[in-house]
Design a protein around this ligand. Structure first.
Ligand code: CDP
Ligand code: MG
Length: 673
């Protein structure tokens, strides 16, 4: 694996480096300030009429019957069929929230938890935070006495188990969007299986958009008699109306799917009848590139006198909401809509009226290499399940066509389904939490998909190096317990807990808070050059950006002028306050280094020593980073220059002195080619 060499580093968040829009599909470890808009085709009807129009409505009684009679119900249904908003209400109406009990619904994404809670509160004419509430990291909008329907991230559910291991307040838990198989959904699944053995009254609903139902059902089925009538789990499918989709493959592979996407779009536009186009690409950069290429070609075509116009629209999580909403707008008959999207359009949003799908065949995923201990974002071929889900986006209103920019042979070689995050993540945060929940033997945890043993070992090593685990892999007191209490990656937690000793807790709080925000910069695509050349370099230091923001009275106008993400910075302030409370609780002294960068950098190293990278030419460790992104090259995000002697000084158990500083454990060796 190549070391990202310093001169090529472009990792500062918000610069034009790749992966700026990454992590849009996850809530952790980096907070995404991105919002996904929701489209309601029945907005003009009364709430009651809208509810009755949804496909789940016809199955209301059936769902209630199955929840009554089975411990686990696996429910499959297309996005928009009413699973998330309706099922919890049916349960409440049927008495599952009587006597102070709570129906909980978990979501992999923070924004989904908040927006679905808001919608359900609206439908019930309730104030959000009373009968219906949500709980996400750093933001609890529930009333313990009043809340009966609670939306929470799956990460928060796992945290709740620390205080209440059997989740006694819940009568039903619905694990929503389970097909995404995020790290914390999978952990919640394992933990709930254990809880169900002790609590026969607890009902589970696993809601998923795609067909991995059997795996979920079998995992939760406690019937070992072989007699199917004794099954404790069952599958129910909500019929969404779908039409046939014809699939087309390429005869031979293309070298450049971006170019091919543009060509295919133009061909469809010129040769096919009415119908909108949805093209899948892997990230924001690619989407913007294709959008501008298409706009150019569409203009050229219009000049030749072609009557039917193209309306080209981008769609990705980092796009401002008004821009996102445009994809749902109706267009006149003389216009064909082309939506160029990331994977967000695969299940998260549904656009009506799509007749043609173009699938580049790739997706950007988080991947972890246990040999190098590097977690990075990589572009990989999609799975068959994903490719089929993408194709299905075309057949929602009438029959459609899907153009796959790869050969049929290549399709056959694709993996059946996407590898769950559990098998491609750094497991340190997971193991720490399981340990904090009293699960000592993590190797015997009931994983739906067990992670690679090597990733487990890695995680244990890192936690040991951070001082969170002792020689016997037990959580240390108080450090390990405290690290586990932070709703952050253990490296961040360690850095924060050490900040008092380095005399810079003020600065570290700001840095940690700012680093939870996904995109600090918001650059409109048409202002890219201007933004990068004129303003950007003033804001290279996260801390100073934050202070400037305060000095300008947290003004949104000021943020806009400086291409800064206003909502993100407001959120950073909230996060900082919450982290401060934890530091106060753990009696970390409030100190500032008064402008001296040295203690701050040393403190960062005390948490992030494992993420050190070498200078290409000298071979000496010179920077620490937060994240690595791999496209055609490797890029590091959130990079800080350090002295290599500090690594030895601050993590003597991890590094050793030789001709050059080297790792004690050979695992994290990151060599040049
Ligand atoms: O969970 P599922 O995708 O099956 O559907 P849902 O989230 O319950 O959404 C059902 C319908 O409720 C959507 O089609 C929207 O019309 C509406 N909805 C909304 O208006 N605002 C939300 N935040 C969520 C849903
Ligand atoms: Mg849903």
């Amino acid at each position: 694996m190549a070391v990202p060499s310093l001169p090529k580093l472009r990792g500062w968040r918000g610069t034009e480096g790749p992966g700026v829009s990454v992590s849009e599909e996850r809530q952790s470890p980096a907070e995404s300030s991105a919002v996904t808009v929701i489209y309601n085709p029945y907005a003009s009807l009364s709430i009651e009429q809208q509810r009755q129009k949804l496909p789940v409505f016809k199955l209301r009684n059936h769902i209630l019957y199955l929840v009554e009679n089975y411990q686990t119900l696996v429910i499959i249904g297309e996005t928009g069929s009413g699973k998330s908003t309706q099922i919890p209400q049916y349960l409440a109406e049927a008495g599952w929230t009587a006597e102070g009990r709570v129906v909980g619904v978990t979501q992999p994404r923070r924004v989904a938890a908040v927006s679905v809670a808001g919608r359900v509160a609206d439908e019930r004419g309730a104030v959000l935070g009373h009968e219906v509430g949500y709980c996400i990291r750093f933001d609890d909008c529930t009333d313990p006495k009043a809340t009966r329907i609670k939306f929470l991230t799956d990460g928060m559910l796992v945290r709740e188990m620390m205080a209440d291991p059997l989740l006694t307040r819940y009568s039903v838990l619905m694990l929503d969007e389970a097909h995404e198989r995020t790290l914390y959904t999978d952990i919640a699944i394992g933990l709930l299986k254990k809880i169900q053995k002790k609590r026969g009254d607890l009902r589970l609903i696993v809601a998923s958009a795609t067909l991995d139902a059997e795996k979920f059902r079998d995992f939760f089925n406690q019937n070992d008699t072989g007699d199917p009538s004794k099954d404790t789990s069952v599958i129910l499918t909500v019929e969404g109306r779908t039409f046939p989709v014809d699939i087309f493959y390429l005869q031979s592979p293309v070298p450049d799917y971006i170019k091919s996407t543009v060509e295919t779009t133009m061909k469809i536009h010129q040769m096919e009848n009415d119908g909108d186009i949805l093209a899948f690409l892997t990230g924001q950069e690619e989407v913007e590139t294709v959008v501008s290429m298409l706009i150019e070609q569409a203009r050229a075509l219009a000049r030749t006198g072609m009557k039917k116009h193209l309306r080209v629209l981008p769609m990705y999580a980092g796009l401002p909401s008004p821009e996102q909403l445009k994809v749902f707008e109706r267009v006149p008959h003389t216009v064909r809509k082309v939506i160029v999207a990331t994977n967000i359009a695969e299940t998260s949003i549904t656009v009506h009226g799509i007749t043609f799908v173009i699938d580049c065949g790739f997706v950007k995923l988080r991947a972890y290499n246990p040999n190098t201990a590097i977690e990075c974002l990589v572009v990989v071929p999609v799975s068959k399940a994903s490719a089929n889900q993408r194709a299905g986006r075309a057949g929602r209103n009438r029959s459609g066509k899907c153009y796959r920019l790869y050969t049929e042979e290549d399709f056959e070689k694709l993996p059946k389904s996407t590898v769950p995050e559990m098998q491609r993540s750094n497991l340190a945060p997971v193991i720490l939490q399981l340990k904090a929940l009293g699960i000592d033997n993590v190797l015997r945890f009931p994983f739906l998909s067990p992670p690679p043993a090597q990733s487990m070992v890695q995680a244990l090593e890192l936690l040991y190096a951070l001082g969170g685990l002792d020689m016997h892999c037990r959580l240390t007191e108080p450090l390990g317990m405290r690290i586990a209490e932070f709703p952050l990656n253990p490296m961040f937690a360690k850095m924060l807990l050490e900040s008092g000793n380095f005399g810079c807790s003020q600065e570290i709080l700001t840095i940690a808070a700012m680093m939870q925000i996904q995109n600090i910069f918001m650059i409109p695509p048409n202002k890219k050059n201007q933004a990068v050349s004129s303003v950007m370099f003033h804001f290279v230091f996260v801390g100073s950006t934050f202070l400037d923001f305060w000095e300008h009275n947290k003004s949104s106008q000021w943020c806009q002028e400086h291409f800064l993400n206003y909502k993100g910075l407001v959120r950073a302030s909230v996060v900082r306050e919450q982290l401060k409370k934890l530091l106060v609780r753990f009696k970390v002294p409030k100190k500032s280094s008064e402008g001296d960068p040295d203690p701050v950098l040393r403190c960062i190293v005390s948490g992030f020593f494992a993420n050190a990278a070498k200078f290409h030419s000298t071979g000496a460790y010179r920077v620490v980073y937060n994240e690595v992104i791999q496209t055609s090259k490797y890029y590091m995000r959130d990079v800080t220059a350090v002295e290599s002697s500090w690594l030895l000084e601050l993590a003597p158990h991890f590094y050793q002195q030789g001709t050059h500083l080297s790792l004690k454990a050979k695992r994290a060796k990151v060599d040049d080619h």
